[in-house]
Design a protein around this ligand. Sequence first.
Ligand code: BV8
Length: 232
Amino acid sequence: MIQTVASWLKHSASTVILTGAGMSTESGIPDFRSKAGWWKSVDPRTVASVESLTQNYELFREFYQLRIKALEQVKPHKGHEILAEWEQQGLVGFVATQNVDRLHQLAGNKQVAELHGNILTIRCEKCEKPHSKEHFMNNAVCTYCMHHLRPNVVLFGESLPQEAWNQALNEIQQADVILVIGTSLEVYPVNQLPMMAKGKLVYINLEVESQTQGFDAIIQGTAGEVLAQIDV
Ligand code: BV8
């Protein structure tokens, strides 16, 4: 199956990548829903929802401060580097990611849409003025209106950034090959994107249970190892 996918890639005029948190676990960042995932120890409604911003801001801020701090020790792994090389070689045209860690960009990918935003840039929840991540890490409030600060991440109950969504939708609808890597496809509306694809759909994931309806190829394994085996 891996060599079939390699030949699809080599003959594809437009390949798009869709990634989730499983793309970053080999860099040491927990995912959300597998056994070592964030949501096994933290209720997402209390820390990653619109309500959590107002109802328990301290818990919200601690959750994101912890994740921002952890990113300081983290770097892209070989899977990220391969996707960046493939963009340079013209094999990959676009990466749509649910990840908020900016590791695809750090590895060198330029064409990246952050469907769930990122946690490295900060704004005031009320006046929306930008602030530094250092300011947010020091438990500070907005320097203009004294309200709460938050990362530019899409929380549960918030809509996705329109431009990123439209770009990802357009690219996936036009693509000949779509590699879906490291995502449980449990989160709406990103989980709707694969079914809007017209090209060859490839699922690369550690767990391959129910969410693989309609895929042309399913490869069980870790992103870094599987990508390294695809000989293009
Ligand atoms: C919206 C915050 C509308 C950012 C995140 C009831 C039913 C259905 C839907 C809903 C519902 N109630 C509410 C909804 C909508 C809701 C939703 O989908 N909820 C679900 C979970 C029930 N969605 C929303 O609220 C979205 N907004 O719908 O807006 C709207 C319209 C108008 C006006 C207002 C609102 C917003 C969704 C974004 C939410 N933000 N997080 C952050 O802090 O990160 S979601 C969170 O899940 C992360 O962003 C994450 O990226 C995302 C998706 O998860 P995955 O990336 O897939 O990660 P997961 O752990 O699930 O899976 C990883 C996989 O990788 C696993 O299978 C694992 O086996 C595998 N893996 C692990 N390691 C590896 C690996 N594979 C390969 N190699 C490895 N090494």
